[in-house]
Design a protein around this ligand. Structure first.
Ligand code: GAP
Length: 457
């Protein structure tokens, strides 16, 4: 599979872990991410995405969809609703089990998740910050409530989905019947999920509104191990293919005390950043939990009959569940570098070594000078041609060095410069972001050259 090949990937020197504040500042300054409702003081754990952020998100989503749905003949996609029947969340176990246990410090009033407290603080009932006494644990449900209907007294309480994958189980039977696909097969979805996280934080890492991608792969129980191993490896390679620091990726098996209520086994794919080793995606052995529970709660038979053997059974499920936002954050943390002045760039620069497939802007077209009409006209002509194929930007403000640095900082993999030689021989300079190398190319060769470099295949 081509996604696992690193041929289009960069090879940058190992760089120090990036403080999250650097990425937060860049995100706001250059229009990747803004705090939500900022003019009203903001809402903790909720963010908006700016012009560059939305391009990056779209590329991340598209690459996931391409490699999960488009490349796999036995995987189909759906897009489910955010609001469902409230019984869904009773059947799923979320109403009962989707809880955080919290303690408060009586002295400094800080609040902690019990599962995040160091063992010694838990044993001694002592605040890890000020040493004050902690309260007894209290249980908080993470589901966000909402109401359907307008007439008071007839409104139905339900929930914004706490995990996006529930729609896949709800649509499983419809997909089976409408597509004539057979087990083993998978259903994919990308969509928003909502959790009343008690301790949102670390920028996009833990939010209250976020986006998940899921594969739910339905198998015969006898083939569960095979497919679990297969998708676990596939997803690991997927993440590896989009980062620079391959050694910052690992698996971590869940211990029995940390398994979610639906999982019999789980592995996290973890990425190491300034936040330490943290979950990026979960690979879950959900077995028959979901379809059995929805059969039981809905009264509908969700078992499957094998068309050849006529065996009837509840399919088991392998889940791979990751986050668009966490991918966004990890990619920025992985790609960010402040390069000191060097022979190639005397002022030094901030550069985002984003994979060319994912970079929000693929190419910037720059006339060497903006007061030379022929340069500007030619550059605008090239820009008009390229923007039909990929996200391209025209920029003629400031000297060429500053314009290169502006593009480096947002991860644009290629800059095309129109200079005086262009007017003589219809060639341009193509500057590549990471090595700052330059080649000369005929204008007519540009579209093919760039498409080859910036699209996945
Ligand atoms: N359906 C399984 C499920 O929801 P999860 O481990 O709770 O499993 C899957 O979530 C992924 O969703 C995580 O690996 C993470 O990437 C993302 N995620 C979970 N909670 C998040 C939050 N509060 N903010 C941002 N992303 C989150």
């Amino acid at each position: 599979m081509t996604q696992t090949e690193d041929k289009a990937m960069l090879s940058i020197e190992d760089t120090p872990l990036v403080p999250i504040e650097k990425v937060v500042a860049l995100s706001k300054r250059r229009g990747f991410v803004y705090p939500n409702s900022e003019i009203y003081g903001g809402v903790s754990g909720i963010y908006d995405f700016g012009p560059l952020g939305v391009e990056l998100r779209n590329n991340i989503r598209r690459f996931w969809w391409w490699s999960m749905v488009q490349l796999n003949d036995n995987v189909l996609g759906i897009e489910g609703s955010i609001i469902t029947h409230p019984r869904v969340w009773e059947a799923s176990g979320h109403v009962e089990n989707f809880v955080d246990r919290l303690v408060d410090c009586k002295k400094c009033k800080r609040r902690f998740r019990v599962d995040h407290l160091p063992a010694e603080n838990l044993e001694q009932n002592k605040c890890p910050v000020c040493g004050g006494e902690l309260t007894e644990p209290r249980v908080f449900n993470l589901m966000m409530e909402t109401y359907i209907g307008v007439v008071e007294g007839e409104r139905m309480k339900t929930y914004l989905r706490g995990e996006a994958c529930q729609n896949i189980y709800l649509d499983y039977d419809n997909v089976l019947k409408s597509s004539r696909i057979q087990i083993p097969f998978g259903i994919c979805q990308i969509g928003k999920a909502f959790r009343n996280e008690v301790t949102p934080g670390n920028f996009l890492f833990r939010q209250r509104e976020f986006e998940q991608w899921d594969l739910q792969f339905f198998v015969h129980p006898s083939e569960m191990q095979k497919w679990f191993d297969y998708w676990k490896e596939y997803r690991f390679e997927w993440y590896k293919s989009i980062i620079n620091h391959k050694d910052r990726l690992r698996f971590r098996a869940h211990g029995p005390d940390e398994l979610a209520h639906y999982a019999k086994q789980a592995f996290d794919i973890e990425y190491k950043s300034i936040l330490g080793w943290q979950e990026w995606e979960g690979i879950h052995w959900r077995q028959d939990w979901d379809l059995s529970r929805h059969s039981q709660y809905s009264g509908q038979d969700l078992s499957y009959t094998d068309p050849e053997t006529k065996e009837r059974y509840i399919p088991w499920i392998v889940e791979t569940s990751g986050g668009v936002d966490r991918t966004f954050l990890n990619l920025l943390l992985d790609a960010y570098e402040e390069e000191p002045p060097s022979g190639k760039d005397k002022e030094g620069r901030t550069v985002l070594h984003l994979h060319p497939w994912l970079a929000p802007i693929k190419v910037a077209v720059l006339p060497l000078q903006k007061n030379k009409e022929e340069l500007v006209t030619t550059a605008k002509g090239i820009h008009n041609r390229l923007k039909r194929l990929m996200v391209a930007q025209y920029d003629d403000v400031a000297n060429i060095g500053r314009r290169y640095r502006r593009q480096d900082e947002i991860g644009t993999p290629f800059c095309v410069t129109v200079d005086f030689q262009t007017l003589e021989d219809q060639t341009v300079t193509v500057r590549e972001r990471d090595g700052m190398t330059q080649i000369r190319l005929a204008i007519d060769e540009l579209p093919g050259y760039l498409v080859e470099k910036v699209t996945w295949k």
